[in-house]
Ligand binder design. Structure first.
Ligand SMILES: *[C@@H]1O[C@H](CO)[C@@H](O)[C@H](O)[C@H]1NC(C)=O
Ligand SMILES: *[C@@H]1O[C@H](CO)[C@@H](O)[C@H](O)[C@H]1NC(C)=O
Ligand SMILES: *[C@@H]1O[C@H](CO)[C@@H](O)[C@H](O)[C@H]1NC(C)=O
Ligand SMILES: *[C@@H]1O[C@H](CO)[C@@H](O)[C@H](O)[C@H]1NC(C)=O
Ligand SMILES: *[C@@H]1O[C@H](CO)[C@@H](O)[C@H](O)[C@H]1NC(C)=O
Ligand SMILES: *[C@@H]1O[C@H](CO)[C@@H](O)[C@H](O)[C@H]1NC(C)=O
Ligand SMILES: *[C@@H]1O[C@H](CO)[C@@H](O)[C@H](O)[C@H]1NC(C)=O
Ligand SMILES: *[C@@H]1O[C@H](CO)[C@@H](O)[C@H](O)[C@H]1NC(C)=O
Ligand SMILES: *[C@@H]1O[C@H](CO)[C@@H](O)[C@H](O)[C@H]1NC(C)=O
Ligand SMILES: *[C@@H]1O[C@H](CO)[C@@H](O)[C@H](O)[C@H]1NC(C)=O
Length: 501
């Protein structure tokens, strides 16, 4: 009994930990300056196939917002810089903008944020004085429609407004902008919004002519003597991304704002450049984005705020061949216009978003030598509180054969593992499960994770039981030789108690 309880605790804590990690997400920026731009329907199909659940538009394109309706995808829309002056000068213009671009689409399209302008201090400084009124006008239109709690308003900043950014503890915002920054931060704080920040270690690396090691920009492991140490806080920095985010936290706290979360609205690495951009390569882009995605989804946080989610939008979904500027400008995308990946990200073990790393597909299977009682308990847990859909295991269904405990437990473990986005620790089941790269699918019984992303969709982020699942805890139909030591319903109840504690 003691052992069993321990087992349940282990399984349940694993489950709760993965639930918390789901707070951080990866989104993508969606630019369409392409000679052969895909249609909104094609774009949405790609987002769905890649399990991308968060997208930022640079405008509020009507066709795109219609295509995103009823997809469950979370959308950040933007007020383009060329509309900023009008909106900042007129409450009525702002209200019209919200009516046309937001009210017309919610709730079918799940608009969750409005980015007002883009890098205004650095690209359109003459609009900076009206930036806060534009934001407030947009916000009051949302208040008038009772949408202000679901839709947050903010404005993306270039990280170049943060000065002296290393060591992070000494960073501050360019003081020229304090008259705008202070009321902006007050607004973000009072409305529960977040600071939007664009973080480009690629440019930081390029601009410092070798002072920043490439490995430090790419999140590659550094020898301890190469790690950057903040001499005031003694915090160790192993990558540029964290250092820039922490510099921003410190710059905010310098102005006495300590509780505004940060969302990274743009980050990425170009996969191709001209002769003056030798580090814009496929390999570096793949390394940066793969490591970034893993870092974010792991909710690693930063040295200053470990474990605090820094959700990030990758710049960008598509290569935009019509963008002006250097070769690299056109090569920040993860996909070409046909939706073919520019490179296959190395995301094994980090989740399903953008995971097209079929070379390294993993599965969770029951150990052949496992104690049958432990195996049965784990199977019951997976099909009950673990919320795996075990119906394919029922008599007459696709995965009923072979009708034995190992085969059925393998199906349930693998389904759970993939539903948990293959997160670390979700293929253990007190030691009766193990990870393999061999696809256990057989005949018409296709296992979750088989053939790319099939069946790996994370359905629902909550592990709390649904209202009518209480009585079905662990249906006895999955029990083979008795589950003699404890009824499966009791297992379920134990587990839920633990989850809720
Ligand atoms: C929109 O997304 C939010 C945040 O995930 C969620 O709570 C809400 O239910 C979604 N709304 C719709 C209409 O899907
Ligand atoms: C702006 O308009 C909203 C309605 O859209 C109204 O509630 C608010 O009071 C107005 N604010 C100002 C400053 O006029
Ligand atoms: C601070 O911002 C002002 C106004 O945009 C700019 O002129 C100045 O160069 C900036 N200072 C630094 C150190 O970047
Ligand atoms: C921050 O708070 C401290 C202590 O309350 C105060 O001395 C300081 O002037 C404040 N700084 C700003 C920029 O408001
Ligand atoms: C994930 O987080 C854990 C601790 O929170 C850390 O030990 C581990 O290195 C992280 N993994 C990655 C890939 O960042
Ligand atoms: C994965 O990548 C291959 C090309 O390498 C592509 O053909 C396939 O459609 C991609 N799968 C998904 C789900 O995008
Ligand atoms: C597959 O995963 C292993 C271990 O996690 C790693 O060493 C290997 O490089 C990966 N292969 C690919 C193609 O990503
Ligand atoms: C993927 O799922 C669909 C529908 O759920 C199914 O028809 C198809 O056979 C599955 N493909 C694989 C490779 O499992
Ligand atoms: C996700 O859950 C909904 C109901 O909540 C269900 O209709 C749908 O089939 C589920 N999708 C998957 C892939 O499990
Ligand atoms: C709850 O029960 C209703 C009616 O029996 C059923 O339609 C629904 O699918 C159940 N929901 C879940 C999450 O099991």
């Amino acid at each position: 009994m003691g052992l069993l309880l321990l087992f349940l605790l282990a399984v349940c804590f694993t489950a709760s930990a993965s639930a918390a990690a789901e707070d951080a997400y990866i989104g993508v920026n969606l630019g369409t300056e392409m000679s052969d731009a895909p249609s909104p329907t094609q774009i949405v199909a790609l987002l769905k196939a890649q399990q991308i659940r968060h997208v930022r538009l640079y405008d509020a394109d009507r066709a795109m917002l219609l295509a995103l309706a009823n997809t469950g995808i979370h959308v950040t829309v933007s007020v383009p810089n060329d509309q900023l002056l009008g909106i900042g000068q007129s409450n009525a213009t702002a209200a019209n903008w919200v009516a046309r671009n937001v009210l017309a689409h919610v709730p079918a399209t799940n608009i969750t944020a409005i980015a007002v302008g883009s890098e205004v201090f650095t690209t359109l400084p003459n609009a900076a004085p009206i930036l806060v009124s534009a934001i407030k006008f947009i916000h009051s239109a949302l208040v008038a429609s009772n949408l202000d709690s679901q839709i947050k308003v903010s404005t993306p900043h270039s990280s170049s407004i943060i000065l002296d950014s290393f060591p992070p503890s000494q960073a501050f915002f360019n003081r020229s902008w304090d008259p705008v920054m202070v009321p902006l931060l007050k607004f973000l704080q009072s409305t529960g919004s977040f600071l939007m920040l664009n973080v480009y270690p690629y440019y930081d690396y390029m601009q410092t002519n070798g002072a920043i090691p490439l490995d430090y920009a790419l999140f590659r492991p550094l020898p301890p003597n190469k790690e950057a140490v903040d001499s005031n806080t003694l915090l160790h920095y192993t990558n540029v991304f964290d250092a820039v985010v922490d510099a921003t936290y410190f710059a905010m706290s310098y102005l006495n704002f300590t509780n505004i979360p940060i969302i990274v609205t743009e980050s990425g690495w170009p996969s191709k450049g001209d002769s003056s951009e030798p580090d814009a390569t496929l390999d570096n882009a793949n390394t940066y984005n793969s490591n970034l995605i893993r870092h974010v989804l792991n909710t690693t946080g930063t040295p200053k705020h470990p474990g605090i989610a820094v959700s990030t939008y990758i710049y960008e979904l598509y290569n935009e061949d019509l963008r002006s500027g250097s070769v690299s400008e056109k090569n920040w995308g993860l996909f070409d216009a046909n939706g073919v990946p520019i490179y296959i990200l190395h995301l094994t073990g980090s989740g399903t978003v953008l995971a097209n790393d079929t070379t390294n597909q993993t599965f969770c299977v029951a150990r052949e030598a496992a104690d049958p009682k432990m195996l049965q308990a784990a199977l019951d847990w997976a099909c009950g509180p673990g919320k795996v859909d075990c119906s394919p295991l029922l008599q007459g269904q696709l995965c009923y054969q072979p009708d034995n405990l190992i085969a059925h437990a393998t199906y349930a473990f693998d389904a759970y593992y993939h539903r948990m986005a293959m997160a670390e620790g979700t293929c253990n089941f007190n030691g009766v499960a193990t990870i393999t790269t061999t696809d256990p699918s057989h005949g018409s019984c296709k296992f979750p994770g088989s053939g790319g992303t099939n069946g790996t969709f994370i359905n629902g982020t909550s592990l709390a039981p649904s209202s009518n699942s209480t009585s079905s805890g662990c249906p006895s139909r999955y029990i083979y030789n008795g589950g003699a030591f404890m009824s499966s319903a009791m297992i379920g109840i134990f587990c839920w108690i633990v989850v809720f504690l």
